[in-house]
Design a protein around this ligand. Structure first.
Ligand SMILES: Nc1ncnc2c1ncn2[C@@H]1O[C@H](COP(=O)(O)OP(=O)(O)O)[C@@H](O)[C@H]1O
Ligand SMILES: [Mg+2]
Length: 228
């Protein structure tokens, strides 16, 4: 953390387009279709913290932890070493246990305090979102989740869903509405231009920050690197 309550993601080019970094304690929603780079960006956010002496927690809700670890090792990060030194905690949630996240007893609070976790990733919110029968129950659970996260006092990335676009304003249309309750919203694109696809990232909102209003091209090799 730097003095003014802004944390650096340390992802090349990202802090610049965020307007300096992310206000401590923010909940940032990351959307984009499959394969756009949401999990890589989120892992790199934790590694940025680890390189500054912070501890990160990754909650993998869609794939088992072993699959997540080997995926990120192929990107080029020694995740097992981070785990061994308690710099990164990885927890996988089977679908029938996702409701723990929205339990008023906040069972993750203890682990977050014990390990002094300051950055959290929830990848993704989808298994939780689809576990409710009605919009009312889902909304109530989301507000409980926000309340639980605020007790964690962490800066948190929540990975979201695939989107379509509103043709009138070009804004992604999301089905479960988490972007409206988050403090920030980042959207990732993988668009075809002639015979090639290019990746772009956009800061759609970030409370309190004078962020970029453009789409920025990025590349994936050993992690994500965003062009100015
Ligand atoms: N080592 C790598 N070098 C270049 N591109 C990679 C590498 N690893 C993954 N990718 C790209 O990143 C994509 C997966 O990113 P990921 O963060 O898992 O996407 P998402 O979580 O949005 O589904 C892959 O489909 C591939 O295009
Ligand atoms: Mg993913």
């Amino acid at each position: 953390m730097i003095g003014n309550g802004i944390i650096k993601t340390s992802i090349p080019g990202f802090d610049e387009i965020l307007g300096g970094g992310i206000p401590v304690g923010s909940i940032i929603y990351i959307s984009g279709s499959p394969g756009t780079g949401k999990s890589i960006l989120s892992t790199q956010f934790l590694i940025g913290g680890i390189n500054r002496g912070e501890v990160g927690l990754y909650l993998t809700m869609e794939e088992p932890r072993e699959k997540f670890v080997s995926h990120m090792e192929r990107v080029g990060w020694n995740i097992r070493a981070y785990e061994d030194s308690n710099q990164m905690i990885i927890i996988d949630y089977p679908p029938h246990e996702v409701d723990q996240l929205t339990s008023p007893s906040n069972p993750l609070l203890e682990i977050i305090k014990d390990y002094n976790v300051s950055r959290v990733v929830i990848d993704s919110i989808l298994p939780l979102a689809i576990s409710f029968d009605t919009d009312y129950l889902r909304k109530r659970a989301f507000f409980q989740l926000i309340s639980n996260i605020s007790e964690w006092e962490t800066t948190t990335f929540i990975v979201g869903e695939e989107t379509s676009f509103n043709p009138s304003n070009g804004i992604p249309v999301l089905k479960y509405g988490f972007e409206t309750i988050a403090d920030g919203w980042i959207h990732m694109y993988y668009v075809r231009k002639r015979m090639e696809r290019k990746r772009y990232i956009e800061v759609i909102k970030l409370k309190g920050m004078n962020h970029s209003t453009r789409l920025h091209e990025f590349t994936v090799s050993k992690g994500i690197s965003i062009k100015p």
